[in-house]
Design a protein around this ligand. Structure first.
Ligand code: SDX
Length: 434
């Protein structure tokens, strides 16, 4: 971050003294105006609901150019990482450490994560308290938060080693907990992780194997899942990452912060959109019904949105959506489902929407969630678990951002203010005067 030679000057039409504020430049992307002295100098706050024009921090992890439809993890384009940048654990290493691992670093990192995939045997009793049909995200919020009760040896957030151990534990145990939530929901026994399998193969094994017969993973499907995890790994200061940072700014332990991020991701406007997008496609049913559905979306009173479309930052095609569509096609091909009606419906809906003025004028394009439901369904993942897979993938992004925040000398507890529009001070009337 460097000082710009240009300053920002805020002047007032009533002749109040103008305020000069510094402008900082990053390495790429928009400059920022440092408004930290605004309240002290003017007695006024900025007003920015939804933080449309607010940079809450400086970061070197992920960069998004919404106009170009560009996404970089530590400078590397997502298209390169997801196609030939190695596997998800290499992306995890990159997000956590800033560089891709060499062969020795990768070997050590994989071994460390692999040897932390089991959860404490008593964790299973937390699951017993849930209904079998509990939404997996409610189970994950509860069990990830509960992890803190087992790791008193790594909760000192000011100890870099504790931060590192917590990061590894969370990345390693999320697949185990997500798979346990699935097994619990279908009444099958939990499957222990296997150290001889890759991260994604191990997850598929914990999800779909049973004690009754050997389970063989399909390498094409494992690679597809691994790519889905890479595409969801991090995404700048989105709602759930900002939640993790805000929770972490109070000094809360990393397990509590990640549980807060999971809770936020659950919302249909955020991570819950993949589940909602698939339900939307199933509700539309056929290409013939698309015009009627689009008419509903355009009718503001309907409250109907085209789920998996639109984005706060991308005003161009979400690069992850293109890669997700390619992955979707590869998986359906591998499974002989290339004529999957929902995939064909999704592509028809995308084509129609991208030619429709309503969406074009609002720069609404498919986002990461539009195709992810179709490919996850093809992989055998139940709809209710789609957002759990998103949380599994995003854990590395959340924890990388949390680590960056904790070690940022500028970080303080996050405490926004407000524009108060309620009742001014008044006296409590006697009860017979109310
Ligand atoms: C994720 O932030 C991230 O990085 C998130 C994420 C990540 O990796 O962490 O990328 C993951 O959350 C992707 C987004 C998944 N959500 C959905 O697909 C749900 C559907 N999308 C919308 O709810 C919406 O597009 C948002 C929430 C994603 C973005 O909302 P904004 O930026 O607040 O934009 P807006 O709601 O103000 O919309 C601008 C206009 C409005 O119309 P007008 O008032 O101008 O007439 O576009 C319309 C909106 O009504 N609009 C849509 C729409 N999205 C926006 N209309 C129909 N369908 C949609 N999907």
């Amino acid at each position: 971050m460097t000082n710009s030679e240009t300053k920002a000057t805020l002047s007032f039409s009533d002749g109040s003294p103008a305020l000069e504020m510094p402008i900082y430049k990053g390495s790429i992307g928009p400059d920022v105006i440092d408004i930290r002295k605004l309240y002290g100098s003017t007695g006024m706050f900025t007003y920015d609901p939804g933080f449309m024009s607010t940079a809450a921090c400086n970061s070197s992890i992920t960069y998004i150019d919404g106009d170009k439809g560009e996404l970089l993890y530590r400078g590397y384009p997502i298209e390169q990482l997801a196609v030939n940048g190695g596997d998800f654990l290499e992306t995890c290493y990159l997000l956590l450490n800033g560089e891709l691992p060499n062969a020795d670093q990768k070997k050590e990192f994989v071994a460390t994560v692999t040897n932390h995939t089991m959860v404490h045997e008593q964790m299973q009793f937390f699951f017993r308290g849930f209904r079998r049909d509990a939404h997996p995200m409610s189970v994950l919020v509860g069990t990830v938060g509960a992890l803190a009760s087992f790791y008193h040896d790594s909760l000192d957030i000011n100890d870099p080693h504790h931060r590192e151990v917590s990061a590894i534990r969370l990345i390693a145990k999320m697949p185990t907990l997500v798979a346990m939530a699935y097994k619990y929901s279908i009444g099958q026994p939990f499957v222990y992780p296997r150290n001889d399998l890759s991260y994604s193969a191990n997850f598929m094994h914990m999800m779909f194997s049973t004690p009754c017969e050997p389970y063989k993973t399909n390498e094409v499907l494992v690679r597809a899942l691994d790519r889905i995890l890479i595409l969801h790994a991090d995404h700048e200061q989105n709602a759930s990452t900002s939640t993790v940072r805000l929770a972490g700014s109070s000094g809360a332990n990393p397990f509590a912060c990640i549980a807060a991020g999971i809770a936020c991701l659950w919302g249909p406007a955020h991570g819950g959109a993949n589940e909602a997008a698939l339900s939307m496609l199933e509700e539309i049913g056929s290409v013939d019904n698309i015009p009627e559905f689009i008419a509903q979306v355009k009718d503001k009173n309907s409250g109907v949105k085209l789920m998996g479309f639109g984005h706060r930052v991308y005003k161009n095609y979400d690069p992850r959506a293109k890669l997700m569509r390619e992955t979707c096609y590869e998986v359906l091909q591998e499974l002989g489902l290339q004529d999957d009606p929902l995939f064909k419906l999704a592509m028809a809906l995308e084509k129609i929407a991208l030619e429709d003025e309503y969406f074009v004028s609002r720069k609404l394009y498919p986002n990461v969630d539009f195709y992810s439901g179709i490919v996850q369904r093809a992989l055998g993942i139940p709809t209710a678990l789609f957002t759990g897979i998103f949380a599994l993938a995003r854990t590395v992004g959340w924890i990388a951002q949390w680590k960056e925040m904790i070690s940022d000398p500028e970080q303080k507890i996050g405490r926004p203010r407000q524009l108060f529009v309620g009742s001014a001070k008044r006296d409590v009337p006697a009860i017979d005067k109310r």
